[in-house]
Write a protein that binds this ligand. Sequence first.
Ligand code: ADP
Ligand code: DP6
Ligand code: CO
Length: 353
Amino acid sequence: MSELYRASTTAPVNIAVIKYWGKRDPKLNLPTNSSLSVTLSQSDLRTHTTASCSPNNKSGDSLILNGESQDVSGARTQACFRELRALRKELEDSKSDLPKLSTFPLKIVSENNFPTAAGLASSAAGFAALVRAIANLYELPSSPTDLSKIARQGSGSACRSLFGGYVGWEQGSKDDGSDSVAFQVAPASHWPNMRAVILVVSAAKKDVSSTSGMQTTVATSSLFASRASETVPKRMQEMQKAIQDKDFEAFGKISMMDSNSFHATCLDTYPPIFYLNDVSRAAIKIVESINASAGKIIAAYTFDAGPNAVVYYLEENEKDVAGVFKAVLGEKEGWAGERGQAVEANSAALDKA
Ligand code: ADP
Ligand code: DP6
Ligand code: CO
C-alpha cells in the first residue's frame, strides 16, 4: 500500500515595530506585553514547508530544516504537533470515513530562503508555515486566529505571521492562553506604499537565541518591568492610531524608540546581551542623517534580536531612503520585491558611511 498524504505552504516573516520580549509563561509562550508587526512580502523573505504523513512511515515524527535533520522532541514543536493532531482527531471522530492521519507520523520538510536564527524572524515564518502546512494536510477548518494560538506555542512571534498587513498580538490575561492571539490591525492595502529595506549585516546564527535572551532579561533587567507595564501599553495605542491615520512620522518615531527600548533592556540584562554591532549603529546614523536632511521622519529603523536592520519608509521616498542605502552600500546581490528591496550589507561598506 502506498498511501501518502501531503500539503505544502509558504509563510512570510513579520518584523515587529513594537517588540515582544519577555514571557509570563514560557511553556505556553504567553508574553509579558502585547506587540505589533508588519508582515513582509513573501516575494522577498519566506519559508516553504511541506507536511506529509503515511501509515508506512515507521520512523516517527521528523523535521528537516534547510536540508538538516532537526530534533523534534522539544516542547515547542511537540505542542504544535499535539494540538493539530487533537483537532484532526476530532474531525476523524465526527466523520468515520476520514483516513486516520492523526495516528501517522508527520514528516516536515522546510526551507527558509533567508538566514536562519540571525534576527530576521525565521522562527516566525518557520512556525507559521509548519502549523499551516499541517492544518492543510489535516484539512482543518480552523481560522487564522485559532492557528495563531497554536503557532504561538512554537514561537511567540509566529502567531503574527498568520495574518498579512499590520498585525497585533494581544498578550491576553488568561492562564490557558486562549486570549493570547494575533489580530489584523489593518490589511496591507490600507497603507500600500509602505516599504522595507533589509540590511543583512550578518547572516550568522546569533549567540543568544531569542528564547533564552528574553528569559535572562525578565530575570535580571531592572528596566524591563516598566517597559512591559507602562512603555509598551502606551505605545500599542499610539502605534495603532498611527497606522489607522497613516501617519508615517508617528509610526517611524514609535518604531525607532521601541527598538531602542528593547535593545536597552538587552544591555541591561546580566550578563549583557549585545545584538547590535558597529555596523548596526552605522545604519542608525544613516537613518538619522536621512531624516535630518528631509526635515522630518521619512525612514525608521528597527532591529530584532540580531544585528540586521529593517528600515521602513514610504514608496514616495524610495530615492531618499533605499537609494541612499544603496549608494552607500553599492549594488549588492539581495532580495528584491514589491515591498522594497533587501540589499546585502557588509561591514566594510557601511563603515565608509
Ligand atoms: P530568529 O531571529 O531567526 O527568529 P530565533 O532564535 O527566534 O531566531 O529562532 C531560530 C530557531 O527557529 C531555529 O534555530 C529553529 O529552531 C527555528 N526555525 C527557524 N526556521 C524554521 C522553520 N522553517 N521551520 C521550523 N523551525 C524553524
Ligand atoms: C525581538 O518569537 O523568536 O523578534 O517565542 O522564544 O520563539 P520565542 O521568541 P521569538 O522572539 C521574537 C523577538 C523579537 C521581537 C518580536 O518579533 O516581536
Ligand atoms: Co525568532
